[in-house]
Design a protein around this ligand. Structure first.
Ligand code: PGA
Length: 254
């Protein structure tokens, strides 16, 4: 039995459409899971997803959140707006946003605070690239991302998740081995323990992301410090994503 309630998050990135919303949500209707399950579609489909949600346990997640509350910030979507659209969690600092949209640790820290203050569950994404892993600086990279991204944050009983997504594993079909995932998750929990104290760190969920599929789900989630999965490509196939969620749910109580 898993110590922490598992969580599975689908990150659709810039993919999907109304059809995929309908088919995905329909496949979850009437089903119970021993896990929290969320789909992060592009913003424009959140309201559509919400209207279909009534008979399922799915949550709506966001792939990003503005660091600003309101004002002249063209193209931004605030935490308050996400809440109104039925969102319950948001990804922060995904490596694609860091690499392509100039996001940095300082900005992530502001977004984590903003999300917490609007009762959105922040899912802070961290991870090293191939070069950093080969240079043996994975722990330094993660440490900086965590210390700076979570600087001066007082959880005050609120929840937070960390998603470990090694960049070399994203979209490559080369998931981290369960051993690597466990080692890194254990390291992340130790850092969280330094930042928030051991008791809080023991309750926080750390997700693994990067080429997760229905074949590697059981082994990854079988690791003691892997509390959930962030699924990209495989979540665009509703049947595949449902199978991953069912496996996670079974493992939660096994
Ligand atoms: P992937 O993406 O599952 O397609 O590797 C994961 C992610 O980027 O969140």
């Amino acid at each position: 039995m898993k110590q922490r309630k598992p969580i599975v998050i689908a990150n659709w990135k810039l993919n999907g459409g109304l059809d995929l919303i309908c088919v995905s949500v329909a496949s979850f209707i009437g089903k119970h899971f021993n896990a929290d399950i969320a789909i992060c579609p592009p913003y424009i489909y959140m309201r559509d997803m919400m209207t279909f949600l009534q008979f399922s346990e799915l949550h709506i997640g966001s792939q990003n959140v503005s660091r600003f509350e309101s004002g002249a910030y063209t193209g931004e979507t605030s935490a308050q707006m996400l809440k109104e659209a039925g969102c319950s969690l948001c990804l922060i600092g995904h490596s694609e946003r860091r690499a392509m949209f100039g996001e940095n640790n300082e900005g992530c820290q502001i977004k984590v605070c903003t999300a917490l203050s609007h009762d959105l569950l922040p899912v802070l994404c961290v991870g090293e690239n191939q070069q950093q892993r080969e240079a043996n600086i994975t722990e330094d990279v993660l440490n900086t991302q965590l210390r700076e991204g979570l600087a001066n944050i007082d959880l005050q009983g609120k929840d937070l998740c960390i998603a470990y997504e090694p960049i070399w594993a994203i979209g490559t079909g080369l998931a981290a081995t369960p051993k690597i995932a466990q080692e890194v998750h254990q390291f992340i929990r130790a850092q969280l323990s330094d930042i928030f104290g051991a008791e809080t760190a023991n309750g926080l969920r750390i997700l693994y992301g990067g080429s997760v599929n229905k074949i590697n789900t059981r082994e990854l989630l079988g690791q003691p410090d892997v509390d959930g999965l962030l699924v990209g490509g495989a979540s665009l196939d509703p049947g595949h994503f449902l199978t991953i969620c069912e496996q996670v749910s079974e493992l939660a109580i096994a």
